[in-house]
Design a protein around this ligand. Structure first.
Ligand code: AQP
Length: 339
């Protein structure tokens, strides 16, 4: 049996380069020889203020972009079309401990000083994410580095469920009900940083458009964003140690390195060491345009037929239901639910 892979992305706008290098590029490779299910997590998207029409449009745009990145029809669906997520999510809300949720750094970062004003959904988001994964009993989760802590929490929730409620299943089968989950975090570009601040991750929710490269950005937009990207006055160094306290330079060099398909930052450093940022940025923008232009073009093609896009998402949902519905029904029975 093929190993099962699950991952999701919030349909909160067109995916950016961080989403692509941290997650989507891995998805595209894994689908060749794994049982893959990729999800547009609209239930997560509504944990921050939202508008229904914009959300609907973002779902189609994100779907078109993911298909343009090579995700195959039948493997992509919308989270809210599968009730298994919310059903298991509620059970997990009752399994997860408040102390565990209090440790989640992403909530602290997003809620900031205004935590009282944020939705309860934002706070319990990680337990829904655990349900997203475990509704499939998936055990390989390709994600960026920012999701590491949430995957650890999903394992804690799975273990507590197994221990508190899964004993009858274990006695019958000799196995734990939920498997152990492994995050697949890419060796490079696991955390692509903002173009405006090398200490913050590139994110769809950053208020500045200039902080991220969208996969559908035009050549001009890419050139302008890279030209304006924050840097420092020093020339590019010739060794990795000298990048330690230069986060913006390190981020841009890493992007060049990974887009060029090299697996060592030293190669890129050798190519540009001693040069100023002007020449390097121009080479980086050209390379980005070369890699992203085909994705942008295909996204527009997919978007030109929204009926077809909806059909593709329905197909993905039908496939996902076949797996997740029986698992969640069994989890409910173990929890004494589902009379
Ligand atoms: N900067 C990044 N570098 C590498 N991987 C990243 N991911 C996100 N940002 C980076 C990975 O992309 C997948 C989808 O994540 P998401 O939709 O939660 O990402 P986002 O762009 O960060 O979206 P938002 O709306 O702005 O959400 P928050 O505020 O949560 O960051 C995940 O696998 C993620 O690791």
């Amino acid at each position: 049996m093929k190993t099962r892979v699950f991952s999701g992305i919030q349909p909160t706008g067109i995916p950016h380069l961080g989403n692509y290098l941290g997650a989507i590029a891995q998805w595209e490779k894994l689908q060749q020889d794994h049982d893959c299910h990729f999800c547009l997590v609209d239930l997560h998207a509504i944990t921050m203020p939202w508008t229904a029409d914009i959300l609907r449009e973002n779902i189609l745009q994100s779907a078109a972009c993911l298909l343009a990145c090579g995700i195959e029809p039948g493997k992509l669906y919308v989270q809210s079309s599968l009730h298994a997520h919310a059903r298991l999510g509620w059970i997990f809300n009752c399994v997860v401990r408040l102390g565990w949720l209090n440790r989640m750094t992403q909530f602290k970062d997003k809620a900031g000083k205004n935590r009282e004003k944020h939705s309860a959904g934002l706070y319990i988001y990680p337990s829904l994410m655990a349900a997203d994964i475990l509704a499939f009993k998936a055990n390989r989760i390709p994600v960026g580095d920012d999701q590491r802590q949430h995957i650890e929490l999903a394992n804690d929730i799975a273990q507590k469920f197994n221990f508190d409620l899964g004993q009858p299943y274990k006695e019958k089968t000799g196995k734990e009900f939920f498997p152990t989950i492994e995050a697949l975090i890419p060796p490079q570009a696991a955390r692509v940083m903002s173009l405006r601040d090398g200490t913050k991750k590139m994110s769809k929710s950053d208020p500045s458009d200039q902080s991220r490269i969208l996969l559908t950005d035009s050549a001009d937009a890419i050139a302008t964003k890279i030209k304006k990207a924050k840097t420092d006055p020093l020339p590019l160094p010739d060794n990795l140690e000298a990048l330690a306290d230069r986060p913006e330079a390190k981020n841009l060099l890493s992007l060049y390195n990974v887009l060029e398909g090299k697996n060592s930052l030293e190669n890129t450093l050798n190519q540009f060491s001693g040069k100023g940022f002007g020449a390097f940025k121009s080479a980086l923008a050209d390379l980005m345009v070369e890699k992203l232009a085909p994705i942008s073009k295909k996204t527009q093609e997919f978007l030109s037929d929204k009926e077809e896009l909806r059909k593709v998402l329905k197909q993905g949902s039908d496939e996902a239901k076949k797996i997740a519905d029986p698992i969640v029904t069994e989890a409910e029975a173990l929890a004494g639910l589902g009379f």
